[in-house]
Design a protein around this ligand. Structure first.
Ligand SMILES: *Cc1c(COP(=O)(O)O)cnc(C)c1O
Length: 385
């Protein structure tokens, strides 16, 4: 697929974006400034740097770089993806406001909405994003924001933001998109009419399973509001975490491109296996959203799911036999990981409820990492036998 973006290449921005000009003798790698406070000029309030204010050197540079990657005016780093979601929405919602959200969202986000936000007097309504005209039908005068994730965990369904943003633009509602699964390499929601983008930077942005962080991106005045929440709720990352994220970001483009390619190879291989009932991957013609994915994504992603014949028992047996693929939660890093929604994101549902939303027992979610496709397929093959 040709890239949809006309901006300077994302691969280059991920390394050089927002970098100060170098002088002879400077370190090639930007230094880690692991200091909470900084000297301040007497007689002025300007230049006040403090880690919790999100303005120290390591945070500031990565924030500018992420904004360039997503095509946003501004961005803010927070101490986790959950911190990003919480502060992003606390900056938008007041008691009495209505939040319209997709029901297919990250488990932690779901709990934040129905346990915390509801208690704060925010009216949360979860809807099925594939019900026809669902957004239009449910918007009220109190609706302040629409929240969704795409691609959707774990079935990799893809939502088209354009018709939704047409509605939100015309009614002054903020369209907030958790774009963790796509990363800016595969999809940039702001180009499709979203107002706010959220990332769990723990996943693709860092990509090495060693940093917990989140990011919010949007307009400058809005990010200033999110910053006020971050400062007061204390959700700011440490400089070292920002430095590690900067390091991880440099390889974002190659990592995501490689995961895209390998996931496609694994999906094509899995489609031919008689032990696999169904393969969920937007790059396959059999995927319900293949056409829309082809149209709006720059890459189909590194996430895919397989449904094994024989249900939970077959899944248990398969997982015990894997040697290379790691059975662990989370996603978006160099190691290929597999997890079972019935024990992780969808553990609170009954098997029948899960089956009804397309996640029967025997459903395995893979985050394809950077091992060779050949070695991965060999491992999957020996575990299936
Ligand atoms: C992991 C994840 C989160 C939460 O991020 P943390 O960094 O674990 O707090 C939110 N949304 C999605 C889609 C995720 O995968």
């Amino acid at each position: 697929m040709p890239p949809k973006s006309k901006k300077p290449s994302l691969a280059t921005l991920a390394i050089h974006g927002a970098r100060e000009a170098h002088a002879h003798g400077d370190a090639v790698v930007e230094p880690l400034v692991q200091s909470v406070n900084h000297l301040q000029k007497p007689g002025t309030g300007e230049g006040l740097l403090y880690t919790r204010y999100g303005n120290t050197p390591n945070a500031a540079r990565v924030q500018k770089r992420l904004a360039l990657l997503e095509g946003a005016e501004a961005s803010l780093l927070l101490s986790s993806g959950m911190a990003a979601t919480a502060c992003a929405l606390l900056a938008l919602l007041r008691p009495g406001d209505h939040l319209l959200a997709s029901q297919y969202i990250y488990g932690g986000t779901h709990r934040l909405f129905i346990e915390e936000f509801v208690r704060m007097g925010i009216d949360v309504q979860l809807v099925d994003p594939w019900e026809p005209r669902v957004w239009r039908k449910n918007i009220r005068k109190e609706t302040r924001a629409i929240f969704l994730e795409t691609p959707v965990n774990p079935t990799c369904r893809v939502l088209d933001l354009r018709p939704i943003s047409f509605l939100t633009r015309n009614s002054g509602i903020a369209l907030v998109v958790d774009s963790t699964f796509a990363s800016p390499i595969n999809f940039r929601p702001l180009e499709h009419g979203a107002d706010v983008v959220i990332h769990s930077a723990t996943k693709y942005l860092n990509g090495h399973h060693d940093v917990l962080m989140g990011a919010v991106l949007g307009s400058e005045p809005y990010i200033e509001e999110v910053l006020q929440k971050e400062m007061l709720w204390g959700q700011t990352p440490d400089p070292f975490a920002c430095w590690l994220l900067e390091r991880g970001l440099k390889t974002l483009d190659v990592r995501v491109q490689r995961s895209n390619e390998t996931a496609m190879q694994v999906a094509l291989w899995a489609e031919k296996r008689k032990e696999v009932v169904q393969v969920h991957y937007p790059g396959l013609k059999s995927h319900p959203d293949h056409e829309i994915a082809k149209d709006i994504l720059d890459g189909y992603g590194g996430m895919l799911a397989l449904e094994l014949k024989g249900g939970g028992k077959a899944a248990d047996r398969f997982l015990k036999r894997l040697r290379l693929v790691t059975h662990a939660p989370s996603l978006g890093g160099v190691d290929t990981l597999v997890s079972e929604p019935r024990f992780t994101s969808h553990a609170k549902m009954t098997p029948a409820e899960r089956a009804a939303i397309g996640i029967p027992d025997g459903f395995l979610r893979f985050s394809i990492g950077l091992e060779s496709a050949e070695d991965l397929i060999a491992d999957l093959e020996q575990a299936l036998k």
